[in-house]
Design a protein around this ligand. Structure first.
Ligand code: KG4
Ligand code: ZN
Length: 474
């Protein structure tokens, strides 16, 4: 609100009559356009679009094509892994049209994602998905202000499809192109629906990533922790496969994480013990492969004990799922708390407005959300998560990230040659076990922050570890 009270007098002081289009002289018209753009950005920042300020809403959204008040519209395209997604999003955060083709059923049959199969499915579906999103929005490419597509990180064969399609559409339609970082999109999605002002702490947990990041601004991110092996979603997916959860009819079409959450609901989270990952290291690094291997050994033991063979399920399936979910949750919460300690000690977030944003497919999990909520209640953070539908991969998050960059004029390519030169980037690092992709968008500072986080956390471990004790996970 404070930002609004600063902006409005400044805007009014320009002294032009507001929606008067004809007869506006060149100079005030220019100032007027600039100011409208600034106001729009400012309103976006302070998330006032959903308020009941009709006049401002009209100023920002009103008017039709060619009108200076016309709302801005971006198309987003996502093909970084196994979902072909597209969406048209307005600067208000309104989703005008969206479409998603999910490849999950095919990959479930193969027992995992096979990149050439994913690529073929993206190629078969991308045109239809993009057209469907545009049709639902009642638009054609001509009506768009810009086109955004995920160019990194992800599976290179998958990324290549969306990158190429988005670039071609931008060049043929003479529209600006905005290359998108998939994890940045996950981190910013929340700003469509909640007021999350920079800087904030982000936990990104998905099938390919496990990251703790400080979001300083649209162009400044510091990674303070990431996985050294698997991502949590990957561990859950592989665990579910080993538990043969697909053979349980209710779970047949669920992702591994979803199936484990579903079965864990009726189980005892303390039934089986799992080791604490990274127990000796006092930093924010994640590791899920140890948990995965402990689960495999546990399943082998139980299969022998209950004489379970073939596609049959071990009887204590609910307790096993609940215990594994508990172990994954505890690790996520523990490392997130370390990150909070680091931020506190370095005074990196405003003390009156400390925010933890959680996103990525694993953030759909209500048990994990509840545990993180408890952590936030203890540490004075507000927890913000996008709705579950926006946590897993989709075109909306790419369109929204494109919109944020479009409004901020950051990373927008107008020149045909610049657009043609954009290439997709799988990753700077690949997880050892499955080839799924780990992190990117480092800065020197991020690396330094990561090692510093270790030192600071280790100094304050005693008091933190006590607070951490299982209370935050149940
Ligand atoms: O973000 P996402 O759609 O794709 C990647 O960028 O990886 O995340 C997919 C991951 C899968 O591993 C899936 O098992 C996990 O998110 N997931 C869940 C839940 N729903 C999806 N994990 C735990 N609980 C859930 N409810
Ligand atoms: Zn993702």
């Amino acid at each position: 609100m404070a930002a609004l009270t600063r902006v409005i007098p400044r805007l009014l002081s320009y002294n032009y009559s507001l929606p008067k289009r004809n007869g506006i002289s060149a100079k005030p018209y220019f100032i007027y356009l600039t100011s409208i753009h600034q106001l729009r950005c400012k309103l976006l920042q302070i998330n006032l679009f959903h308020t009941s300020l009709p006049l401002l809403k009209e100023v920002v959204e009103g008017g039709l094509g060619g009108d200076p008040y016309r709302r801005q519209v971006v198309l987003g395209i996502e093909t970084s892994c196994d979902d072909t997604g597209a969406a048209v999003v307005a600067d208000s955060g309104e989703v005008l049209g969206e479409a998603l083709h999910n490849q999950q059923s095919v990959h479930l049959r193969h027992g995992g994602i096979i990149p050439p199969v994913a690529q073929r499915l993206h190629e078969q579906n991308i045109e239809q998905v993009v057209n469907e999103a545009l049709e639902k929005a009642g638009m054609t490419v001509r009506d768009l202000d810009a086109i955004a597509a995920t160019v990194k990180p992800g599976l290179s064969l998958s990324l290549s499809v969306g990158t190429r399609y988005g670039k071609n559409l931008a060049v043929s339609g003479k529209k600006p192109f905005i290359p998108i970082h998939h994890m940045e999109a996950h981190a910013l999605t929340v700003r469509m629906v909640h007021k999350a002002e920079f800087p904030f702490l982000v936990l990104l947990a998905s099938g390919g990533h496990s990251l703790l990041v400080i979001a300083h601004s649209l162009d400044h991110w510091s990674i303070i922790g990431q996985t050294i092996d698997d991502a949590p979603g990957e561990a859950l997916d592989q665990g579910a496969r080993r538990l043969k959860l697909r053979n349980i009819p209710e779970c047949a079409s669920m992702s591994g994480g979803q199936a484990i959450e579903y079965l864990a609901t009726g189980g005892n989270p303390r039934a089986y013990e799992f080791p604490t990952p990274m127990g000796k290291y006092k930093d924010c690094t994640f590791s899920f492969s140890g948990l995965k291997h402990t689960l495999t050994r546990l399943i082998e033991r139980l299969e022998e004990e209950y004489e379970v063979e073939g596609g049959n399920i071990i009887p204590p399936i609910q307790d096993v799922c609940a215990s594994f979910q508990y172990a994954v949750t505890k690790h996520l919460v523990r490392q997130t708390q370390r990150a909070m300690v680091y931020l506190d000690v370095r005074d990196l977030l405003p003390s009156q407005n400390k925010t933890l944003v959680v996103s990525g497919g694993v953030a759909c999990n209500q048990y994990i959300r509840a545990a993180l909520q408890k952590l936030c209640d203890t540490t004075g953070y507000q927890l913000l998560c996008p709705p579950p539908k926006l946590c897993t991969d989709n075109g909306i998050m790419i369109a929204w990230n494109g919109m944020e960059r479009w409004l901020a004029k950051a990373g927008v390519l107008h020149d045909e040659e610049d657009i043609a030169a954009v290439d997709f980037q799988a990753s700077s690092r690949v997880a050892a076990t499955t080839g799924r992709v780990c992190m990117i968008w480092f800065s020197q500072e991020g690396n330094q922050a990561s090692s510093e986080a270790g030192k600071i956390s280790s100094r304050s471990t005693a008091y933190r570890a006590q607070k951490m004790n299982d209370t935050n996970c149940e």
